[in-house]
Design a protein around this ligand. Structure first.
Ligand SMILES: Nc1ncnc2c1ncn2[C@@H]1O[C@H](COP(=O)(O)OP(=O)(O)O)[C@@H](O)[C@H]1O
Ligand SMILES: [Mg+2]
Length: 233
């Protein structure tokens, strides 16, 4: 790992692009990532699908600690720093190398989730959350955030129908999840060019179609070879 990678002068080195899908549980993040992955691969791009917390061996171990339902005693600051630690590893070990190799990275949750859950929902100080995010990111930012916006009650119902058990964060009260939802909307207002809100209370095809249009817009705004011309299959 080079010194510049460690110190985070990363923004100018990438050739690929990174898209984050985020939002309430059950909003359709995994479904959308599957569909975007198929679209991008069909377009001849190499795609890396990853998630937070996780994405690396170390990150997946941290994920187990974070999401385990049997540790309700976890302090808010511990939680914040574990998310940050997983992200620091993820960015340096996996995301930046993929982008430098010209790949498209699709990530399920990212720093946007930390802002929504730890600041807007949990109530941790904004400057504190932003400073941990900044340390983990080292100056790096994804190119596009797709926020799937859905009433958390509907999202939970979708998750229940899927038959999955709720993890520690999913089991939070609806008011908490509603504050997190508002956190995503606030982030999109703050950074409207990079962060797009998609109404997730529609059929999957409509949500996917809108997302693909935004992704195509991003790709066409990028210099070659990210347009796909130079690295097609
Ligand atoms: N737009 C949609 N409308 C109805 N059901 C959906 C929609 N998107 C996803 N689902 C279903 O809801 C459940 C949760 O979707 P998923 O993609 O796993 O959400 P997330 O990853 O955000 O938790 C799945 O069973 C999925 O098939
Ligand atoms: Mg999912």
């Amino acid at each position: 790992m080079t010194e510049s990678t460690v110190n985070g002068s990363l923004a100018g080195q990438r050739r690929g692009f990174m898209i984050v899908c985020d939002g309430s549980n059950g909003a359709g993040k995994t479904t959308l990532i599957d569909n975007l992955c198929r679209h991008l691969r069909g377009r001849g791009l190499e795609v890396v699908v990853t998630r937070e917390p996780g994405g690396t061996t170390i990150g997946e171990r941290i994920r187990e600690i974070l999401l385990s339902p049997d540790t309700p005693e976890m302090c808010d600051l511990t939680e914040l720093m574990l998310f940050g630690a997983a992200r620091a590893q993820h960015v340096r070990e996996k995301i930046i190398p993929a982008l430098e190799a010209g790949k498209a990275v699709l990530c399920d949750r990212f720093d946007s989730a930390t802002l929504s859950f730890q600041h807007y929902a949990r109530g941790l100080d904004l400057a504190l959350v932003e400073s941990i995010n900044a340390l983990a990111l080292g100056g790096f930012r994804p190119d596009l955030y797709l926020f799937l916006d859905l009433d958390p009650a509907i999202g939970l119902e979708r998750v229940r129908q899927r038959g999955a058990a709720l993890d520690r964060l999913e089991a939070e009260q609806l008011a908490f999840l509603q504050r997190a939802r508002e956190g995503y909307l606030a982030q999109a207002r703050r950074e409207p060019r990079r962060c797009k809100v998609l109404d997730a209370d529609r059929d999957i095809a409509s949500v996917t179609g809108e997302a693909i249009a935004l992704v195509e817009q991003l790709i066409s705004s990028m210099p070659d070879p990210a347009s796909g011309g130079g690295r097609g299959a």
